[in-house]
Design a protein around this ligand. Structure first.
Ligand code: CO
Length: 212
């Protein structure tokens, strides 16, 4: 763990490294941002978005919360999506969950967690949606890992339900929504290859928000 005192020293070294490589790095970033990606991930300290993707400042717009949820009444997540898709015109929206997610594990336990109850209920709702498939998995760890993946997929669905994503996609063919899972045990990212077009089609039967 980085000690508090070391942070500013680390920051100065980081600035020097970037400036050495590219003297205009920060002055260029100061004028604007034009990221291609919106990354929606878990707040977990082991899943730092830029680092795991090898990306620099300016490359990715980021939203993080416990268990990478996209909730329609969460003005924070919804504002991030609105701005990233409607104004920055990102080409890809990624919902990235991870194995080892404490939020998903907590949602599988019958415990009253106070303020977290309402938040984690979103994950219990995912469980209810796939109860047949999940209950058929005997190994508890395999069942948990599958719920991590299904939660990612359902949060992708929630992204696709938003008006800004539907309207922008119909107009421009972007953004494409992707579900990724990160493994904290080996550092590897995997694309779950959710069928974006298929989901969009199903969503638009009920949740269509763009005018025709
Ligand atoms: Co997590």
């Amino acid at each position: 763990m980085t000690r508090y005192d070391e942070v500013f020293e680390n920051n100065r070294k980081w600035v020097e490294e970037h400036t050495h490589r590219d003297p205009n790095f920060f002055s260029r970033l100061a004028t604007s941002q034009d990221p291609d990606l919106l990354f929606i991930g878990c707040s977990d300290s082991r899943v730092p978005p830029n680092e795991i993707m090898g990306l620099d400042p300016g490359d990715v717009f980021v939203h993080r919360n416990v268990a990478n949820l996209v909730v329609s009444t969460d003005i924070n997540a919804q504002s991030v999506i609105e701005y990233a898709v409607g104004h920055l015109h990102v080409k890809h929206v990624i919902v990235c969950g991870h194995y080892g997610c404490g939020g998903v594990a907590a949602a599988m336990q019958p415990a009253d967690l106070g303020l977290l109850n309402g938040w984690l209920r979103e994950i219990r709702d995912v469980y209810r949606l796939y109860q047949g498939e999940l209950d058929a998995i005997e190994d508890p760890d395999a069942r948990y890992r599958r719920l991590v993946e299904l939660n990612i997929q359902e949060q992708c669905v929630n992204v696709i339900k938003t008006a800004v994503v539907q309207k922008q996609y119909v107009r421009t063919g972007h953004p494409i929504v992707h579900g990724w899972v990160y493994d904290v045990a080996n550092g590897l990212l995997r694309d779950l290859e959710i069928p974006f077009g298929e989901i969009l089609g199903e969503i638009q039967e009920i949740y269509r928000l763009e005018e025709t």
